[in-house]
Design a protein around this ligand. Structure first.
Ligand SMILES: *Cc1c(COP(=O)(O)O)cnc(C)c1O
Length: 388
């Protein structure tokens, strides 16, 4: 059975009343701090660290466990853990697996706050951060030395969309016993299974497509067998906690993810293919198009595309011109985050390795929501006309 069908099928949630079992297809939203023990003996076992059940709300209640179980199944992982946001999932993964004296290699197309945490916080603990080319593959070997502990990847990057050769990187990392971590938010666990490619840890900002309604912040980390125990021990120590209500919403989002994602994907392709030949447009940066520099890797490792991509204009417009374009969009909201029902746009110039990419032009990033595709095209067309 397809593992998304399994997630839809998860419904072992029951309670009893009047002699009858009350079986719902959704979990109960269990919230709380105190968890009761069955007996004093169990309480004593917990005190000695020999109790296998949950002893306190921070251990994750049934709602959190249900979400984690679903994610673990989708990611083909050994264990999954919910976090209160995507960035929290990233930060805790980095904290769990590094110590003073280690070196972390991080691709330079990662989510901004991820790089900032490495540069501003991990360095305080004498961890060396080295930023590497975002389309890297086996050449990563040249960066590896005796201190290299962790490689942090993001593929495709959520702003500039470069893709890494994951199987080549995993092979190199395994040889030197280096842990590989990837932020896999863009493709969702439906279209991308990095653990199957040999990556050790996969992180999702469930805030995006998994929740899908731009009303929740949530993250999830899935770990393979090799690193599960180490991560588990770290989490027991920090007593990570995630809200039950948010996990409930994320689990609900997972049930309909397949159909929503297909709609985002199709609409985004339609708009990307409309943009490609447009007179005013230079390049469309979408991993699923033949024109993408790492399209061959995307085809090898992904089974679909989401609805987030970017384009540049032929002319290098000034900030003022970009403002005219952005402010005339009516269907696209100007806002961060993505993966939700509403279409959004951002415009920024990006530097990689200290140099502007795409000739210093603004990348117009579009989050294609669930509106009628033709309406979105009309909105872009009308805003383009303001630039002439
Ligand atoms: C949004 C995002 C995050 C952070 O997720 P939050 O839930 O907003 O904290 C991490 N990685 C990527 C690629 C993202 O787009």
């Amino acid at each position: 059975m397809d593992n998304h069908s399994k997630v839809i099928g998860l419904h072992d949630y029951s309670d009893s009343h009047g002699g009858y079992k009350i079986r719902t297809i959704n979990p109960t939203i269990q919230s709380g701090s105190t968890v009761l023990f069955e007996s004093y003996e169990d309480m004593q076992l917990a005190h000695q660290g020999q109790y296998s059940g949950i002893t306190y709300g921070t251990g994750g209640l049934s709602t959190q466990k249900a979400f984690e179980k679903a994610m673990c199944s989708l990611e083909n992982g050994h264990s999954s853990y919910a976090f209160s946001s995507g960035i929290n999932a990233v930060i805790n993964t980095l904290m769990a697996f590094t110590r003073s004296g280690d070196e972390v290699l991080i691709v330079d197309n990662v989510y901004g706050p991820t790089a900032k945490f490495c540069d501003k916080v991990l360095t305080k603990f004498s961890i060396k951060i080295t930023h590497i080319e975002s389309s890297i593959g086996a050449e990563i070997n040249e960066y590896i030395n005796g201190n290299t502990k962790l490689i942090f990847l993001e593929s495709p990057g959520s702003n500039t969309f470069e893709i890494q050769d994951l199987t080549a990187i995993a092979k190199v990392a395994k040889k030197s016993d280096i842990i590989t971590v990837i932020d896999s938010t863009w493709a969702t666990p439906l279209y991308f299974k990095p653990l199957d490619l040999g990556i050790d840890v996969s992180i999702h900002s469930a805030t995006k497509y998994i929740c899908g309604y731009s009303d929740v912040l949530l993250g999830c980390v899935t770990v393979n067998k090799k690193y599960s125990e180490e991560f588990d021990e770290y989490l027991h120590t920090i007593e990570n906690y995630t809200n039950s209500h948010d996990c409930y919403l994320a689990l609900r989002g997972l049930r309909s993810l397949r159909v929503r994602l297909k709609a985002h994907e199709q609409s985004a392709y339609e708009i990307a293919r409309w943009l490609e030949p447009a007179e005013i447009v230079d390049s469309v940066i979408h991993p699923g198009l033949d024109s993408h520099p790492q399209h061959h890797l995307w085809k090898r490792d992904f089974t679909g595309a989401s609805g987030l991509f970017a384009f540049t204009f032929k002319e290098k417009y000034s900030e003022q011109k970009i403002a005219i374009f952005m402010n005339s969009l009516e269907m696209f909201g100007l806002g961060y985050s993505w993966g939700g029902f509403k279409s959004l746009a951002t415009a920024r110039q990006y530097k990689r390795n200290g140099q502007y990419v795409h000739q210093g032009k603004h990348l117009i990033r579009l989050n294609i929501g669930l509106e009628n595709t033709q309406d979105l095209i009309e909105d872009l067309k009308s805003s383009f006309s303001k630039l002439n």
